[in-house]
Design a protein around this ligand. Structure first.
Ligand code: ZN
Length: 225
């Protein structure tokens, strides 16, 4: 009764279409849930995203959950997650994708989830790291540990968008540092980020982690441009 009253005054809306949610729905309405533009890359045998990365990066799996289209549902979801403080959206999408991966034979594909860190200044402003939210959800449904005390972002970087491939590479050089490296030993690592655009950020993370005795490394993002 009380929650119905609250719904009437503050209608809960779907984060993807902004329509009111039904009482049994959380954050994303049923219609949007089944209408999400998935990449389904985990069902492909070929690593179709590998071309985004330089030769020295050896990726086991290259995965992305959703297709980012300007003005579409995924853009709204990413906006909620990154700028509206809606951390639960990231966690829920992580749980959904984790469940899909588990069903497709990825239950043992990874040992450790590492989200791409924000620089401490940016973290202070936003209050949370959106990639942590996604990592947390994935961790819950895949039953794999996630840690944000291994990869550290040492320098703030400018936008990658209007840079050449070489400029992007130089811009991201030595951005990340690795701590607690003993935790990486012989592990199947998956680095998690919110969006895959140029791939330069992830590439820089991978190069930092590859320097240690890991078993293999994969990347996984919530969305890809
Ligand atoms: Zn919706």
């Amino acid at each position: 009764m009380f929650s119905a009253f609250i719904d009437l005054i503050f209608p809960r809306i779907c984060s993807a279409c902004l329509e009111p949610l039904q009482r049994n729905e959380e954050l994303i309405c049923t219609h949007c849930r089944f209408d999400l533009p998935k990449t389904n890359l985990h069902l492909e045998t070929e690593n179709t995203l590998a071309h985004k990365f330089f030769g020295e990066v050896q990726l086991k799996h290259t995965l992305s959950y959703l297709k980012f289209v300007k003005g579409g549902k995924v853009q709204l979801l990413m906006h909620e997650l990154k700028y509206k403080g809606n951390q639960e959206v990231g966690e829920m999408l992580g749980r959904w994708y984790g469940a899909e991966l588990r069903e497709s034979g990825f239950a043992d594909a990874f040992d450790l989830i590492i989200p791409v860190p924000l620089h401490r200044k940016r973290l202070l402003i936003r209050g949370y790291n959106q990639s942590d939210c996604f990592a947390k959800g994935l961790s819950e449904s895949l039953n794999i540990e996630w840690r944000n005390d291994i990869l550290v972002r040492e320098t703030e970087t400018s936008s990658q968008v209007n840079k050449s491939r070489l400029e992007r590479y130089q811009n991201m050089d030595k951005v990340f540092n690795v701590k607690n490296a003993e935790l990486l030993r012989n592990k199947k690592i998956v680095v998690v980020d919110d969006t895959l655009t140029t791939g330069a950020t992830l590439e820089s993370c991978i190069l930092s982690l590859q320097a240690f005795e890991i078993k293999d490394i994969s990347i996984l993002t919530l969305a890809m441009a």
